[in-house]
Design a binder for this molecule. Structure first.
Ligand code: ARG
Length: 580
């Protein structure tokens, strides 16, 4: 552990046990950065009642019981019982200097690496990807990168919607189109294609009948039908891949385990549920009733595992998927990055898996739910025509706006570099907006704010990085970095320098927080604070015009800031330009 705040937490916890008793081992030390000192611990106020002592007396007994250590230089009890802590400068500079030789920048490998499946992206074949899929894709990819960096084995699961009744009409429509056009018909606009098929299905009873027969043929494994189905799937897959490439997403073809992948497993799965007596008939359908779920009339709510027509649905596939992930993939942590509207579906699936005895500790499943993307009118983001907004259009818009911002903010860039940087800023901004917003909340999609360089934005962080790199471009290659030192004075400049050092030591804790909570905004907030503290350091502490040891120390702090921004954003799937 290298983060002074994290070490302080465990010291305070130890003090609580020593001073108040073993039942205080899990107390929240309420440690945070301080107003009047480097840090403060506020737990005494909350503990007073439980410990039956005045808050100040609790604080004093905690201070007296702090184990010996070389981190803390001074502790004071202030006001009603706040514990103010000043760290030893010698400790801080040693930790910061050591960080220069640590390529992981304080992110230690997980002590107990796990196998983790992450179900994310999961677009639907023959349909356009929309902003909901964007959130899943961006959040899931960030979590995958971060957990992998921590040393876990991440198994990406792209649960593509590539099976089911719509394929009947889609295949028939594809056949019609190919017959009509003399040249080989290519689907270029998936949304339009889907809509045409839908319209024909609704208006033309003969077409609808053909489509229904086609579904039966598909489910029966008819070779010609399967071949046509495969053609449609391939068109969509190629399209998804262009989006993944444009967004710099790590998903590959081998990560696709779509709904069709589970097809062969559904019949045996349903048989297993029946043998165990967990599934029962209800109105002709075979259902399972996970405990604790009822409708508004207090009747048990079913997961339908086999429809009355014998077909299988979304829930059946998810039961097969959870079973596969537990027993074939042998994962112990199962993440599902899917929108909040599917919360009940997943709690039912998880409960069922627990009740059948598949899902048991140490394995656990978590629905990584997220809110909707809203338009400026605070309603679901739609085009003026009322369609859902296409992902490709969003990406090109973000890149174009980023390019316009760069034209004014970075007029010195040559055209070629600007185009490259605009892509990093545009795509990075799309991702950053998604990641920096509280995951479960809805957020308003505002491209202009996203690509701005002011405030908690991607551009601000990327710009801080580029600025540091430009400082180093002005120096010769053999520049000396460190050791880090802190001035003994207590003025604005010294405080800015100290704050930067404290922030630099916090990356590991921020990454830990994301691993536990699955909330990437904890890392973006950390990086934003770091960049802000760098900005004020940069304003108050001249780097290039300083000399000797001070210059070497400040260069080291600048270098560490750049590396931390680059690694931290990289874990979120965002790249940083060296100039902008
Ligand atoms: N394809 C689905 C949709 O677009 C999402 C699938 C999520 N994953 C799952 N295992 N159900 O809504």
């Amino acid at each position: 552990m290298h983060d002074p705040l994290e070490i302080l937490k465990s010291l305070v916890r130890d003090a609580a046990v020593a001073a108040l008793g073993p039942e205080y081992a899990d107390v929240d030390p309420q440690v945070r950065r301080g107003q009047h000192a480097d840090a403060q611990a506020d737990l005494a106020l909350g503990l007073a009642k439980r410990a039956r002592k005045a808050p100040r007396a609790v604080a004093e007994s905690l201070v007296a019981a702090l184990p010996p250590n070389d981190l803390i230089e001074r502790v004071e009890v202030a006001g009603p019982g706040f514990i103010n802590v000043t760290f030893a400068s010698s400790w801080l500079v040693k930790a910061a200097t050591e960080r220069l030789r640590d390529p992981r920048l304080g992110v230690v490998p997980a002590p107990a690496p796990e196998r983790i499946t992450i179900d994310y992206s999961a677009p639907n074949v023959a349909k356009e990807m929309h902003v909901g899929h964007l959130r899943s894709t961006v959040l899931g990819d960030a979590l995958a990168r971060l957990l992998e960096f921590r040393g876990h084995t991440v198994i990406r699961q792209n649960h593509v919607g590539d099976w089911g009744t719509p394929f009947g009409m889609l295949i028939e429509h594809l056949l019609d189109r190919r017959q009509q056009s003399s040249s080989d018909y290519e689907v270029s606009d998936l949304t339009a294609f889907y809509k045409e098929a839908r319209r024909k299905f609704d208006d033309d009873p003969a077409f609808a009948e053909r489509s229904r027969r086609r579904v039966v043929a598909l489910q029966a494994g008819d070779a010609e039908t399967l071949e046509r189905w495969r053609a449609l799937v391939d068109i969509s897959k190629r399209y998804f891949e262009t989006i993944y490439t444009a967004l710099d997403i790590t998903l590959q073809d081998r990560d696709v385990a779509g709904e069709s992948f589970y097809n062969d497993r559904l019949t045996p799965l349903v048989a297993e549920l029946q043998e165990r007596g967990y599934a029962r008939e209800d109105n002709g359908a075979l259902c399972v009733f996970p405990t604790g779920f009822t409708n508004k009339d207090k009747e048990p709510l079913p997961l339908i595992v086999r429809k009355s027509d014998g077909g299988y649905g979304y829930a059946t596939t998810d039961l097969a998927a959870i079973r596969y992930r537990l027993f074939d993939v042998e994962a112990t942590r199962l993440l599902y990055v899917v929108g909040a509207p599917q919360t009940q579906h997943f709690s039912m699936v998880f409960t069922a898996a627990r009740e059948i005895g598949w899902l048991k500790p140490p394995a656990r499943a978590e629905h990584v739910a997220f809110g909707s993307v809203l338009g400026a009118d605070r309603r679901m983001l739609r085009t003026r025509e009322g369609d859902s907004v296409r992902l490709v259009d969003l990406i090109s818009e973000a890149v174009a706006r980023a390019e316009a911002v760069l034209e004014t903010k970075a007029p010195d860039l040559d055209a070629e570099t600007r185009t490259k940087v605009a892509r990093m800023v545009g795509v990075g901004s799309l991702k950053y907006a998604d990641l920096s917003n509280d995951r479960v909340k809805d957020y308003v999609f505002d491209v202009n704010r996203m690509v701005s360089f002011d405030g908690n934005t991607c551009g601000y962080l990327q710009y801080a990085h580029a600025r540091i790199r430009s400082v180093f471009r002005k120096l010769d290659a053999a520049v000396e970095l460190g050791p880090v030192e802190l001035p003994a004075t207590d003025d604005d400049a010294a405080r800015a320098e100290r704050t930067l050092v404290l922030n630099l030591l916090g990356l590991g804790a921020a990454v830990d927080a994301v691993e536990t909570t699955l909330e990437p905004h904890r890392l973006t907030s950390y990086l934003y604070d770091l960049a802000t503290s760098f900005t004020s350091f940069y304003e108050k502490c001249p780097i290039l015009s300083s000399e000797g040891a001070m210059r070497a120390s400040r260069l080291a702090l600048a270098e560490l800031t750049a590396r931390t921004l680059s690694l931290g954003l990289g874990l979120l799937g965002i790249s940083v330009p060296d100039r902008m």
